[in-house]
Design a protein around this ligand. Sequence first.
Ligand SMILES: Cc1cc2nc3c(=O)[nH]c(=O)nc-3n(C[C@H](O)[C@H](O)[C@H](O)COP(=O)(O)OP(=O)(O)OC[C@H]3O[C@@H](n4cnc5c(N)ncnc54)[C@H](O)[C@@H]3O)c2cc1C
Ligand code: FES
Length: 248
Amino acid sequence: MNFSVIKEIVNENDSIFTIRFDSVMVAKPGQFLMVWVPGVKEVPMSLSSIGDDFAITFKVFGESTKKLASMKKGERMFYRGPYGNPYPEPEGKTAYVAGGTGLASLLPLIRKYKGDVYTGARTRNDLFLLDDDFRIATEDGSLGFRGNVVDLFVKEEDEYDTVYVCGPEAMMRSLLDRMHREKHGNVYFSLERLMKCGIGICDSCSVNGYRVCKEGTVFTYEQLKKMDEFGVYRRSGSGKIELIAKVQ
Ligand SMILES: Cc1cc2nc3c(=O)[nH]c(=O)nc-3n(C[C@H](O)[C@H](O)[C@H](O)COP(=O)(O)OP(=O)(O)OC[C@H]3O[C@@H](n4cnc5c(N)ncnc54)[C@H](O)[C@@H]3O)c2cc1C
Ligand code: FES
């Protein structure tokens, strides 16, 4: 277990926070940490910044993320990692498609390689770290295109040679089903499943036998097309198989 001293906690909006910290770790875009929240559990968190400045950016959902959001500058944050295979480098014209906090995982790539960013959420209050150039979708129409980010992106899909995707699994499944990339281009999806060990031992994150923490988190379009559990079934905290609600 490593630790870093927290440099800053930024409140991006009502429920989304960024923790900035110093570290000497070697990490690549797309990798994640298992952050220890004392007294609660460990939570997987993508690195939203890599380099001179390291950061995680997260939405408050339950006890762990609530506790992380209440940490203070100067406190120590304990973690293991980085884990997971990074995103491959882009070729040609590049798009990034983010649903909700999936943007956090894509930010180090976006900063390094540039390209067109499509980001979506239920409402404008769920969006964060927006840039003037981002193409925005909100389901309630409170900002940008009214609808989901999949609807916004699929119209433009053919413009791009490389596409990176991260967001809720149902959103990524919907995009996978609506894209037509068999003949051209590189498409990479980063999966965020329930994780316990983060290192390939417990099987809580597996999809069709692939451990997301070890063989992923990044999978290609072609790999996911063969995985019938992707976006359909997942494991609950108790290990029970449960259905994932579909995106319409
Ligand atoms: C590889 C990986 C990288 C991740 N990176 C990030 C990141 O950069 N930023 C980030 O905000 N989250 C990220 N997550 C998700 C994050 O780990 C969870 O949100 C976190 O574990 C929630 O813990 P909790 O104790 O606060 O909530 P819990 O008590 O575990 O959950 C509370 C409730 O919220 C629901 N819930 C939890 N997480 C989510 C979610 N992501 N979407 C929708 N509902 C949810 C649960 O089903 C439950 O009903 C990542 C997950 C993985 C696997
Ligand atoms: S989290 Fe344990 S195998 Fe992936």
